[in-house]
Design a protein around this ligand. Sequence first.
Ligand SMILES: Cc1cc2nc3c(=O)[nH]c(=O)nc-3n(C[C@H](O)[C@H](O)[C@H](O)COP(=O)(O)O)c2cc1C
Length: 354
Amino acid sequence: MWHSNRLMKALGIRYPIIQAGMAGGVTTPELVAAVSNAGGLGTIGAGYLNLEQTRASIRKVKQLTNKPFAVNLFTPETPEVVEKDVAQANEWLRPFREALHISEIPEVKEEHAIIFEQQIQVLIEEEVPVCSFTFGIPDADLLQQLKVEDILVIGTATTVAEAKANEDSGMDMVVMQGSEAGGHRGTFLGRFEEAMIGTMALIPQAADQVTIPLIAAGGIADGRGVLASLILGAQAAQIGTAFLTCAESGANDLHKQAVLNSREDQSMLTSSFSGKPARGIQNDFMIKMKKYEPDFPPYPIQNTLTKSIRRLAGQQQRTEWMSLWSGQNPRTCQGQSAKDLLDDMIRQIEHMAS
Ligand SMILES: Cc1cc2nc3c(=O)[nH]c(=O)nc-3n(C[C@H](O)[C@H](O)[C@H](O)COP(=O)(O)O)c2cc1C
C-alpha cells in the first residue's frame, strides 16, 4: 500500500505524494522540481498562465528535474458578462481601489475556451507526462488528444457523483477534494453548499464507487494525513497549503506567514475574491464583502474585477485585502524546504507503517 500501488506505477513516482498545482505564482519551477526530485509529483499551477508563461514554466522545470511532473489547468467557464452586475460590483469594490490608489477599472471581456485549448497543445508539444484539471471535465476530444499522446489525465471531484463523471469521461485518476481544502472548490455538478464533504468521509465512499485511483486532498499536511488517506482507500495524497508555506513556493511572504500563524478555525469559504467559493484565512475583505456575495458576477468575471486589488494589497503589505488561501490544517505546516517536508512525511509514514 505504501511502497507501491497502481497510481505510483502509472505516474512513475517513488512516494504517493503530489504537490497541488496552485495557480497564481505559488508553484515556481523550483518548488515543482524539488518535489519531483524528492520522489513526489510536483505540479505547475498553470490556470492563470498565458501560453508563453506555460511553455517557459514547463521548460524550466525540465531543466531542473528529469523526473515526472504535472501541469494543472482550469477547465474553462465562459459566463455571459452582464454590464449592470459588473457596474454594481465595481461600486462595491470602489473603497478598496481608492484606498490602494487604483485608478483603472479592469476591462471585463467575454471569456473564451481558446487559450485553454492552446495550453493543451503546448502540453502536447512539450511532452508533459501528466495533466490535471479542476473546475470540471474538458470536452472529450481535448481529453482524447492528451490520451493518444500517452499523457496521463487527472480530474478533480468533490462528491462521489463527480468522481463517477470523471471516471466515465476517461480520466485516469481523480483528486477527491474534501471540504478542508485550501483554495477554490472544484465542484462542477450541483450546488457548492451540498458538496462540502470532509476528506475522511469522501474517500471511502468514492473508493467503493469508482475503480480509477483516487488522490485524497484537503487538510493533509504531514505523514499522518498521507497514511490515513491510503488507509481510507486513496492511492496518493495531494497537498496544497503545506507546500505553499515552503521556502521554494512563490507565495507572497505575508501569505506564508499568515498561514503559519493561523489556526484551524480561521479559514472560511468565500466567493468574494473570484466569484467561485474558495477557502482562505478570513480577513477584512471577506467580512465586508460577504453580504454582496450572492450578487457578485460569477467566476471568472469577479476574479478579473478584484485582480488589481489583490495584487496591490500584496505589494502594499495589506494582508486584510489579500486572498490568503489556506486549508484547515495550517498548524501542521512548518515552512521548511519542499525536500525537508517530503522527507519528514516519508520518515513519519515509515515509522507508523513499520
Ligand atoms: C493557494 C492555493 C491555490 C490552489 N490552486 C489550485 C489550482 O490552481 N488548481 C487546483 O486544481 N487546485 C488548486 N488548489 C487546491 C488544491 O489542489 C488542493 O485541493 C488543496 O490544496 C488541498 O487542501 P490543503 O490546502 O489543505 O492541502 C489550490 C490550493 C491552494 C491552497
